[in-house]
Design a protein around this ligand. Structure first.
Ligand SMILES: Nc1ncnc2c1ncn2[C@@H]1O[C@H](COP(=O)(O)OP(=O)(O)OP(=O)(O)O)[C@@H](O)[C@H]1O
Length: 310
């Protein structure tokens, strides 16, 4: 569904994309991950035909985005990372507006729009003004907007950003339904756990280069090498820190008012041993968990060796 070859984008002298390659098969839910400024939105805007590449090729379902943008637009639904909602519209009117823009006749829209509202769980808000909707509802309305012309490919730029956990679960459920409908979905985020639960494959971009690409398990196991454990004891954090300092797989320890942050190089087996030994040494633990690692931190670690080629 997507084929990208040696795609580059320069803004003046700045290289935002440096010859990236990417292939996404039909029906895949693809997570595009990378820290702020890595090049996710740039890539997605090129695929959405809104930005011209400096060099290289990007094709959607075999159609070149620069040679035939009109044909590509019919195939894609694009949700940018900002709200394109029109506050004076009611939810239904908003979808009619977009449906009409795509040339969908009124009678057809009258049938389609209730179905779309149902898909994104907004039926009971059909007559609500867009500006009265919550952030999560607006995101879902934007998603419905992307679907009016029944595109094969959805390009969703940070659709889960700023959503609370319940809204994220709702978004995930909707994406699952869309996948079942056979859509190919490319979705970006800078938070890996947010994506890992929604996608089949992940591509990681950093400084305009693809640094990893594979299925979720492969990438996660690679990232797990850099897992960070957050440990809290009942009043003995300093002692526990000292106890762990010389243990195998413990690369680095930081302690603050949240607890002890342990940069841990071991796998599940070694992690469970650490927990077992802490308890065995009489430490009473309040919590022992993997911290939600921000991708930016993780990739600063992972790509440390890549900086020389800038
Ligand atoms: N129109 C532009 N002019 C100049 N530089 C730009 C322009 N658009 C993007 N850039 C730069 O290109 C780089 C990639 O930006 P991009 O928006 O693709 O990143 P991103 O991975 O989507 O980040 P975020 O998670 O913050 O949205 C950034 O350094 C950005 O400042």
């Amino acid at each position: 569904m997507i084929e990208i070859r040696a795609l580059s984008k320069q803004f003046g002298t700045f290289h935002a994309l440096k010859a990236i390659d990417l292939t996404i098969r039909k029906g895949t839910v693809f997570g595009f991950v990378g820290p702020n400024g890595a090049g996710k939105s740039t890539t997605m805007s090129i695929l959405a035909t809104l930005l011209a590449p400096t060099s290289g090729i990007a094709k959607v379902d075999g159609i070149d985005v620069t040679q035939n943008p009109e044909a590509v637009r019919k195939k894609i639904g694009y949700m940018p990372d900002f709200f394109g909602v029109y506050d004076r519209f009611k939810a239904t009117e908003y979808l009619h507006f977009y449906g009409a823009s795509y040339g969908i006749p009124k009678a057809e829209r009258n049938k389609l729009i209730p179905q779309l509202l149902q898909l994104v769980n907004l039926t009971d808000k059909k007559d609500a003004y867009v500006d009265t909707l919550s952030r999560g509802m607006k995101q879902r309305l934007c998603l419905a907007r992307c679907l009016v012309h029944d595109p094969d490919l959805l390009i969703l730029d940070e659709p889960a950003s700023g959503l609370d956990p319940r809204a994220r679960i709702e978004m995930r459920e909707i994406l699952k339904e869309l996948k079942e409908m056979g859509k190919t979905i490319i979705i970006s985020s800078h938070i890996l756990p947010e994506l890992a639960e929604m996608v089949d494959e992940i591509g990681v971009i950093e400084h305009g280069r693809m640094v990893a690409h594979g299925n979720v398990q492969e990438i996660q196991s690679r990232l797990r090498v850099k897992r960070i454990l957050l440990i809290r004891t009942a009043g003995r954090d300093a002692e526990a820190e000292e106890y762990m300092a010389n243990r195998p797989h413990v690369n680095r320890i930081l302690r603050d008012d949240k607890g002890i942050h342990v940069h841990f190089g071991g796998q599940d087996e070694e992690q469970s041993e650490l927990l077992h030994d802490l308890i065995g040494h009489g430490f009473r633990l309040i919590s022992f968990s993997e911290a939600q690692t921000n991708l930016e931190d993780v990739f600063l670690e992972i790509t440390r060796g890549n900086e020389g080629d800038e």
